[in-house]
Design a protein. Structure first.
Length: 500
């Protein structure tokens, strides 16, 4: 019998009642292995109600209570790394080592949340006027929600809820319905760590569930990671309902390679960053911009490395790249490669016909490399979200920066060079939220914040780090005067309050 993934509400598994289910496939075989319950508006309401009830006590709990739970949670996650990674591989398809890396990056934010006591310290100014003190504190929001994508079913949720609950909020998570099981295990381990019932809830679903969260009056804030069109919709809808929103959208990340760069290192980085996780990540390098005469040599080095990548099931330890999440997504990615030549590109590697022996029904695609791509081609303009790398040629550094800054996306970017002055100039001139210098995927560590510019971010706050703490809290300033017992009554003064 096909396994069913149900909701996690109020500290326990709750069977779906909508009668609607979605299929979950093993991308390596194409077989439906699981079905996931799709929540109705009423089921989402039940999760929000459980979170609201829990907030009454969790929101006033001590920092010591919260961090004690989080320390235990961190230990449990560490002990269950392989279990979480196995679920990711089974439903997403990425290789086990990549899934383990995802869990490790999520754990960084749990560790940050364990140290929330220093992040939530307030400020005090004494004697701003005669016997007047001013203090500022940060307080939790209430019930907050997270809507997360299929490509990182454990890491991205962990970018959100650990900080949110550490700050005193309660959380409703709506993970991708394509690979839902990891989210349930994260919630079960949190309960085992002693997180009170209702503080963390998981509801599965599609647009019905998303809209129910965006429109629910008891949801104070929404975090989202996904494509730009959906991020724009999330931001507009939730903002119109008076909610705080951080919505991280899509990307077209560029890597500028200058003539002085170590081309072997640049080629290694391009292959790793473009084809890792089968290109299904918003920080993947999807466009290499080669400056000057190095283009031919760089493309040859990238091709040489790409041709050696072993593609196979994610649970095969010899596999370096797995399948794509669904057959429909595989076909969409392939369409960009099959149409590239007609739009002027040179197809150096065509991975569209790739199959894996014994797994012919899997969602397979090989590595594709497109050279001399034009900026008006579909392969360049769209976020492909697959193992397709475009190479563009420019004459100068200035041409490369102008090309990159003209992109509507501004998530991550990188420069490869030995010239410190050029790298420093690039950091200041490039219009992107995250910059790597000889680092192809500049995902910040947990105590810095992750987020892009332009159409890669909707809302003011980046995710995790200091921005994450500020997003999940709001400031309050208190001005206090305590009269001295010897003071005579001051009397009425209708003038503007004086600070001197």
């Amino acid at each position: 019998m096909t396994k069913t993934v149900n909701h996690w509400i109020g500290g326990r598994t709750v069977e779906g009642t909508s009668g609607q289910y979605g299929p979950v496939t093993d991308p390596a075989t194409g077989a439906v292995t699981t079905r996931v319950a799709l929540a109705s508006v009423e089921e989402v309401g039940a999760a929000v109600a459980a979170a609201k009830t829990a907030y009454a006590t969790w929101g006033t709990s001590s920092l010591a209570q919260r961090t004690a739970v989080l320390f235990r949670y961190r230990a449990l996650l560490d002990a269950h790394r392989d279990d979480i990674a196995a679920l990711i591989t089974a439903e997403h398809g990425k290789v086990h080592s990549d899934a383990l890396g995802e869990v490790a990056r999520g754990l960084e934010i749990v560790e940050l949340a364990c140290g929330i006591t220093t992040q939530l310290k307030g400020e005090l100014s004494t004697q701003v006027s005669n016997r007047v003190d001013v203090s500022s504190i940060r307080q939790s929001l209430g019930v907050v929600a997270g809507i997360t994508p299929f490509n990182f079913p454990a890491m991205v949720p962990m970018w959100m809820f650990p900080l949110a609950i550490a700050c005193g909020n309660t959380f409703v998570l709506k993970p991708s319905e394509k690979d839902p099981s990891a989210a349930n295990l994260l919630a079960e381990l949190a309960a085992e760590a002693g997180l009170p019932d209702g503080v963390l809830n998981v509801v599965h679903g599609d647009k019905v569930a998303v809209d129910a969260l965006l429109n629910h009056r008891d949801v104070a804030a929404v975090s989202f990671v996904g494509s730009t069109p959906i991020a724009r919709y999330i931001h507009a809808t939730a903002s119109a309902n008076g909610k705080r929103v951080q919505a991280l959208g899509g990307a077209k990340n560029h890597m500028l390679v200058l003539p002085d760069a170590d081309l072997d290192a640049a080629a290694d980085a391009a292959v790793s960053a473009a084809y890792g996780s089968a290109g299904e990540r918003c920080m993947a390098i999807s466009a290499v911009v080669a400056v000057g005469a190095i283009g031919d040599e760089l493309v040859a080095k990238i091709r040489e490395r790409a041709e050696k990548i072993k593609i196979g099931p994610g649970n095969d330890p010899t596999s370096e790249m797995g399948p794509l999440i669904t057959a429909a997504h595989r076909d969409k990615v392939a369409s960009y490669v099959t149409g590239a030549a007609a739009q002027g590109a040179e197809v150096v590697l065509d991975g569209t016909g790739h199959t894996v022996e014994g797994f012919e029904d899997g969602h397979w695609i090989g590595l594709s490399l497109l050279d001399k791509v034009s900026t008006d081609s579909d392969a360049y303009k769209d976020e492909i979200f697959g193992p397709v790398l475009c190479v563009l040629r420019v004459e100068t550094y200035e041409d490369g920066v102008a090309l990159m800054n003209a992109s509507p996306f501004g998530n991550g970017t990188a420069i490869f060079t030995r010239d410190g002055g050029a790298a420093r100039r690039f950091q200041l001139e490039i219009q992107a939220g995250m910059v790597g210098v000889n680092v192809p995927i500049p995902v910040p560590v947990g105590y810095h914040s992750f987020g892009g510019w332009k159409d890669s971010l909707f809302g003011d706050h980046h995710i995790y780090g200091n921005d994450g703490v500020h997003f999940y809290t709001r400031g309050k300033v208190t001005t206090t005067r305590w009269p001295d017992p010897a003071d005579a009554p001051a009397g009425v003064d209708l003038g503007f309050p004086r600070n001197h």
